[in-house]
Design a protein around this ligand. Sequence first.
Ligand code: AKB
Length: 322
Amino acid sequence: MKNILIVGAGGQIGSELVPHLQRIYGADHVVATDIKADTKSSQKLAQNGIFEELDALNAAQFAELVGRYRIDTIFNLVALLSATGEKNPQLAWKINMGALLNSLEIAREHRCAVFTPSSIGAFGESSPHDNTPQDTVMRPSTIYGVCKVTGELLGDYYHSRFGVDARSVRFPGIISNETLPGGGTTDYAVEIYYAAVRGQEFVCPIPQGSYMDMMYMPDALDAVVQLMEADPAKLVHRNSFNITAMSFEPSAIYEAIRRRRPDFKMTYNVDPVRAAIANSWPNKMDDSCARAEWGWSPKWDLESMTDDMLRVIADKYSKGLI
Ligand code: AKB
């Protein structure tokens, strides 16, 4: 990777992936783009490096930027997440598939590599829920999942048909302290830390006992770079690799926080849409193919992540930054 373009850079993953890539490849080699230039995260990206306003559905503008900056690697992070997608499935399809198709087509024309995340959301009720295999039944019940499975197939198609170096991981819920996620089913595992630091009771929308795979952002960032730098000859799979760092259900994260903040309180007000989505997803994926093919090995678990999340968020809170 020499010159990198990130579409949808202002979101939860992009706002941390951009500085991570800048540290490794140099700020002059990373172009962050987002549909809105006036959000807090876009303004921060613009202050710290190259930023361009880009609607990923505008193929001509997208291609012009790829040509102008001599881009060789595209990171497509544009997506409506699982719960938001259910509110407007047609829009979710238009945005999620439109951004991906443009990324792959422009990559074909300009000979770029492409990273685009898939998700645990690509699985469904009929997939095995425990130790969900890399290759198994994938019949998701959400439009988000339908887009993810289609995207995985498209990535492999562009690779076999046109030689586009398309790679992807199935991300679990990503937990981070820079930019909040929005509209996902796993968002509760981020929001709970903010409530704990603010001294508020947390009302959990996910039912007790509903296990999902999760990962702390530093591991997610390492995964992306490690996969994109992996020797292609060693990749049996491409789109997309199961990766996970931990699996827990709401009472486990609540207890982890309570061990550090004994006064913290959580109650449940289950959101039926999110609950149904969570229950259709894996409890825990088998990520042995990622470990074998490109050395995936997460560093953070629930305990170390909880220490770090509470420390970082409390520090921002004490400085009035959140
Ligand atoms: C969501 O909850 O929709 C996302 C995901 C797991 O893909 N965080």
